[in-house]
Design a protein around this ligand. Structure first.
Ligand code: KG4
Ligand code: ZN
Length: 334
């Protein structure tokens, strides 16, 4: 079957077609990063309007690119939540009305389920059960994935998400929004000069806390002002070392505690080169299997929603075309 996937939960409009037999057929994406950069963060109303502007042209582009006609589509999957309510409503209303007109089912998808299944877009895929580290702009969670749809959150952030800590620290270094990738690039030029705290690294639980780390960056920035390029790079280096150490240590602890031998890493921060390298080294040392989506599928995209929709088709397809979005939605409540 062919599933059309629509992602519109935040600042990316992503559409894709996934074939249950052959995998991903094609995907298209419009990122709103340039639109929101001016304001230093996502402006929800601007996000909704931009989704409205791009969603149908993107659908046309996708159909043209994949040489698939709309009446070949068997089901439409879309992000039902969590996310910005206005932005979610754009994807949900387009998906439901399109499916109604084609008389095919819809599959509402949890955005984080999309992220955690995204490594299945690759050739080498994990087997259930596995541990997932989901690190994005809004979430930092360790999830025990028992089977498809059976997710247990075993670790969570007590305050800022990992991506949020990257973005806020990047802002303190004058790198603009969203700063995660820029901070990481700057850290490549830095050296070990400063040491920043590694919050909760030795606690017995699997939780994270990154807001103190961001405050430590603030104090360091104030102490070293005015910052030259070398100092900025060294602070970025220290921040990245600290956060990737905490994430890696907690992954090891969770794998050990839950007796799991596969780790899936997804979400925007999963694109971080340092994190990928540290976890790869640990996977060799501690003999666990490690899976990442390719870089383009770490951040928000339609492909992971089309795939999750295809996987979930048996569990949650619906044909009543009524819909609501869930801006707040816990993954273990699906
Ligand atoms: O998964 P995502 O696109 O959106 C959410 O669902 O939140 O993740 C976006 C987050 C942002 O905070 C961004 O700064 C961060 O991922 N990010 C990175 C990198 N690329 C994106 N953080 C660290 N290193 C990167 N290379
Ligand atoms: Zn996301």
């Amino acid at each position: 079957m062919l599933v059309l996937g629509i992602e519109s939960s935040c600042d990316e409009t992503g559409l894709a077609i996934y074939d249950s037999n052959t995998g991903l057929v094609g995907h298209v994406l419009n990122s709103q990063v340039d639109l929101h950069r001016l304001y230093g963060g996502v402006v929800p109303e601007l996000a909704s309007r931009d989704h409205i502007r791009f969603i149908l042209p993107l659908l046309d582009e996708l159909l043209k690119k994949t040489a698939i006609s709309i009446d070949q589509i068997d089901a439409v999957a879309y992000t039902k939540g969590p996310g910005l309510s206005g932005a979610l409503l754009v994807g949900a209303s387009v998906a439901e009305s399109l499916a109604f007109s084609l008389n095919i089912p819809t599959i509402p998808v949890h955005h984080l389920e999309g992220h955690l299944l995204s490594p299945f877009l690759e050739k080498n895929t994990p087997e259930f059960p596995f541990l997932a580290l989901l690190v994005s702009g809004g979430h930092s969670q360790l999830i025990q994935v028992h089977s498809l749809g059976n997710y247990e959150i075993i670790g969570d952030t007590l305050d800022d998400a990992a991506g949020e800590a990257f973005d806020k620290s990047a802002q303190l270094l004058g790198l603009g929004y969203p700063g995660g990738a820029a901070l990481s690039k700057l850290a490549d030029q830095g050296h070990e000069k400063y040491s920043l705290p590694r919050p909760l690294i030795n606690t017995d639980d699997l939780n994270f806390s990154f807001s103190g780390l961001k405050t430590a960056v603030l104090h360091l920035v104030n102490k070293e002002k005015p910052l030259n390029d070398e100092t900025k790079a060294n602070i970025a280096f220290a921040f990245q070392e600290s956060i990737t150490d905490v994430l890696s240590v907690k992954c090891l602890k969770a794998l050990d505690e839950k007796k799991l031998s596969s780790l899936v890493v997804s979400g925007g921060v999963g694109a971080n080169r340092q994190l990928r390298e540290k976890l790869t080294a640990l996977s060799h040392e501690h003999k666990f299997k490690l899976y990442f989506p390719s870089l383009e599928f770490c951040t928000d995209n339609g492909a992971m929603i089309a795939l999750a929709g295809c996987f979930r088709h048996q569990l949650s397809a619906s044909t009543n075309y009524e819909f609501s979005v869930k801006p707040k939605w816990k993954l273990n409540d699906i």
